[in-house]
Design a protein around this ligand. Structure first.
Ligand code: BES
Ligand code: MN
Ligand code: ZN
Length: 497
């Protein structure tokens, strides 16, 4: 929902626009391309660097107004640090930092890095950072935001590179990823009176334009299937539940087993009869961040025409207290046939996922199954907002997720699963209960999910700390972060295409 940013690539030597942005390595050395572009302004830049004690430290910056009669009115210098200190430079963070300084001014970036690769891939990754930083959710603001760094429509950024054609090509797939992140962020940021199961499903249907097959299952179909766990959560709401199945067939063989992605889509979580306290409850509009990520990911995969088959399944429900709401003590029958005793109606996400996991395994026999869910407050106690919790029955898949996390900055931390924890979910009256005791809350939630997983490689990502409300960063200023789109796109690109 933000003004999209126009990013173009040209060769070195093209004229500079209002703002010129260059990079400096350790010791504040400008690259030859930067010096050439700035011409006589170089002396002013050097003077400003000294005055500001700017040493070229990674992501440090100085901004100066150029002397009269120079091509650019404003010059920004961003540090890229020592190239040989073993620390890789995060190019998207560099782009995000740049965009924060550029604001809504027309800008030219001289993409030449001291001692580092300034190739098309790196330029495209930088541009991805620009696009991610540019995101705003202003839809419901009727007045202009005085403090916003980009008050107006962004004027666009031109990036000067060695090989513009190669950079344009490399950026094309980054644009698909940026659009996928935007889709996910928009969904998480929308208020719950606007985004509820039926309207969320309608948004997901828009993926049809990109060639994704979208099927929406309504309450009647869910009852017929026997999704008793999901329906139990939904029964306290006047908003009917939906399950959306999204299929992208990009592999040479349409029959190849798909990669499956499953998302918790609780469009608002009051806790139900086990009602939450009032403070901060408004944040529970984001309890569908897992589902939002799955939609954003399918958008990215389809928009960049990924050569794999993928299926996304999201469960959309609203968890409300009501005369007809589910009670603690109720026993429901899940799609798998296992019965579940409801101990706490606020442990609703796992009930939704139980039926989706079973459905996806039975219908699609996927290569792997990854679910994303804002599942437990306890994962924030354990990991804060820096890592998502990773629970998995498969070491190879965990390893790959760990690598993709390091590469994208969307980091995961593996947590344990073990029979001793599983026992904590045994129920007095049914096959399993939906809440364990006070201890190890994120692990017992994962153990619950595992009871609905057969021998398919499976990973559960608990994104309660990362999907929403995480601190702003160079590439994300939005409450809804769109976390997971870049991670999973990378997992797919590096291992399955
Ligand atoms: N949606 C919440 C988890 C959550 C909390 C996400 C805070 C983001 C921020 C989930 O449905 C929930 O309520 N979990 C309970 C489980 C408990 C009742 C076993 C929790 O974490 O307290
Ligand atoms: Mn809950
Ligand atoms: Zn929830």
């Amino acid at each position: 929902m933000s003004h999209s940013l126009k990013i173009t690539f040209e060769g070195f030597g093209a004229p500079l626009r209002d703002t010129a942005l260059v990079f400096a390595g350790e010791g504040a050395v400008l690259s030859p391309e930067a010096s050439a572009a700035l011409g006589e302004t170089v002396a002013a830049v050097e003077r400003a660097a000294k005055g500001e004690r700017f040493t070229g430290k990674a992501l440090a910056s100085i901004v100066l107004l150029a002397p009269p009669d120079t091509e650019a009115a404003r010059v920004i210098v961003i540090g890229t640090g020592a190239a040989d200190d073993g620390k890789p430079l995060d190019l998207s963070m560099l782009g995000g930092t740049a965009m924060g300084l550029i604001g809504d001014k027309p800008a030219t970036v001289v993409f030449s890095l001291d001692g580092r690769d300034s190739d098309a891939e790196n330029a495209a990754e930088f541009a991805l950072g620009l696009a991610l930083r540019n995101y705003r959710f202003r839809k419901y603001k009727t007045k202009k935001d005085k403090d916003d760094e980009a008050r107006g429509k962004p004027a666009g950024v031109t990036i000067l590179v060695d090989d513009p054609a190669a950079a344009r090509k490399a950026f094309k797939r980054r644009q698909a990823i940026a659009d996928g992140v935007t889709v996910a962020r928009d969904l998480v940021n929308e208020p719950p009176n606007v985004l509820y199961p039926a309207s969320f499903a309608e948004r997901a249907e828009k993926l049809g334009k990109l060639g994704v097959e979208v099927e929406v299952l309504e309450a009647k179909a869910l009852r017929k299937l026997g999704m008793g766990a999901l329906l139990g959560v939904a029964q306290g709401s006047v908003r009917e539940p939906r399950v959306v199945v999204m299929r992208w067939n990009g592999a040479a063989n349409e029959k190849d087993a798909p990669l499956a992605f499953i998302g918790k889509g609780v469009t608002f979580d009051t806790g139900g009869i086990s009602i939450k306290s009032a403070g901060g409850m408004e944040d529970m509009k984001g309890d569908m961040a897992g589902a939002a990520c799955v939609v954003g990911l399918l958008h990215a995969l389809a928009a960049r025409k990924a050569r794999i088959n993928a299926v996304g399944v999201i469960g959309l429900v609203e968890n409300m207290p009501d005369g007809n709401a589910q009670r603690p003590g109720d026993i429901v029958t899940s799609l798998s046939g296992q019965t579940i005793e409801i101990i706490n109606t606020d442990a609703e996400g796992r009930l939704v996922l139980a039926d989706l996991l079973w459905y996806a395994q039975r219908e699609f026999k996927p290569v792997f199954i990854i679910n994303l869910a804002t599942l437990t407050g306890a994962i924030m106690v354990a990991l804060g907002t820096e890592h998502a919790g990773l629970f998995s029955n498969d070491d190879a898949l965990s390893e790959r997720l760990g690598e993709a996390g390091k590469a994208t900055g969307e980091k995961v931390w593996r947590m344990p699963l073990a029979p001793e924890y599983d026992k904590l979910m045994d129920s007095k009256f049914a096959d399993v209960k939906n809440a364990g005791g006070r201890h190890a809350g994120s692990i017992t939630a994962a153990q619950f999910l595992q009871r609905f997983v057969n021998d398919t490689p499976w990973a559960h990502l608990d994104i309660a700390g990362t999907g929403m409300g995480a601190p702003a960063s160079a590439i994300n200023q939005s409450w809804g972060s769109g976390w997971g789109v870049r991670l999973l796109d990378r997992l797919v690109a590096d291992n399955y295409e």
